[in-house]
Design a protein around this ligand. Structure first.
Ligand SMILES: [Zn+2]
Length: 265
């Protein structure tokens, strides 16, 4: 049966001489499909698949482990400004790779998260293109770093393991200034005695995480508050998000290394 659906591409690899095997994120699954002659044909899928775009695809869906077959594709929205930006395009690669492993549990919120991430990056590119000074690049890198953390936070939320940031996760004590990755939230000084991985965090760290947990990605791009917390807290928050995500998907994300090398250079 041929199914028509909206999709974002998550990965593509060359297959034999002229075809591509691609993974598509649709609103309820990740579909692996073969795209025949994707590279040769002039009216090819090739360029659609290599762009950063929201696609409309017709796919002949087969039961796994058989590959589905891509029949048609067209671009609904092309994120040109992201393709032109090294930071944004590297973050998109990272987001795609994370979703490739996370989005398999058939939840439409991953599709929505992908779209919101692209829209937030587009907004960031728009804002930064209107400015014209040397600090421009530095601030953009900061927002890319924050968006990366916020994307991770929202991925954990959809997976059902969003950090608890209000009270001690064990005894509900309001006075909790430690964090446990394994428990997934704040820990008070009393409970710290039995939780081996708990480490101290600051009020700024908590507030940073609360902002990225509760604020939409597009509002984060427009938020000045979070920039005030950036220097004090980005290191700790990055560490917490990375370790929490690693515990969830049990693997390192290859594209993260390149992005972080460029981001923190
Ligand atoms: Zn406690």
């Amino acid at each position: 049966m041929i199914k028509n659906t909206q999709a974002f591409i998550l990965s593509y690899n060359e297959y034999k001489t002229s075809s591509i095997i691609a993974s598509f994120l649709t609103n309820n699954s990740v579909i692996q499909a073969i795209c025949y002659k994707a590279k040769k044909s002039s009216k090819a899928f090739g360029s659609d698949l290599e762009s950063i775009s929201k696609l409309d695809i017709d796919i002949y869906e087969k039961k796994q482990p058989q590959l589905s077959i891509l029949k048609e594709s067209s671009i609904i929205k092309n994120y040109t400004s992201l393709e032109k930006s090294i930071y944004s395009s590297l973050l998109v690669f990272y987001i795609r790779e994370v979703l490739l492993y996370c989005a398999r549990d058939f939840d439409e919120r991953y599709f929505i998260l992908m779209e919101k991430s692209l829209n937030a990056l587009e907004e960031l590119e728009k804002q930064e293109s209107q400015k014209d000074n040397d600090s421009n690049d530095k601030i953009k890198k900061m927002y890319i770093n924050i968006l990366m953390r916020a994307f991770e936070m929202k991925t954990l939320h959809i997976a059902g393991i969003s950090p608890h940031l209000d009270k001690c996760i064990l005894c509900e004590n309001n006075n909790a200034s430690f964090y446990s990755i394994i428990e997934g939230g704040l820990i008070c000084s009393k409970c710290k005695a039995i939780i081996k991985d708990a480490f101290e965090i600051t009020e700024d760290d908590k507030n940073f995480m609360r902002i990225i947990k509760h604020t939409s990605l597009i509002d984060i791009v427009n938020s000045k508050d979070i920039i005030n917390l950036y220097n004090n807290s980005i290191g700790t928050v990055k560490d917490i998000m990375n370790k929490s995500l690693f515990n969830h998907i049990n693997r390192n994300i290859k594209s993260k290394k390149v992005l972080e090398e460029i981001l923190f250079a």
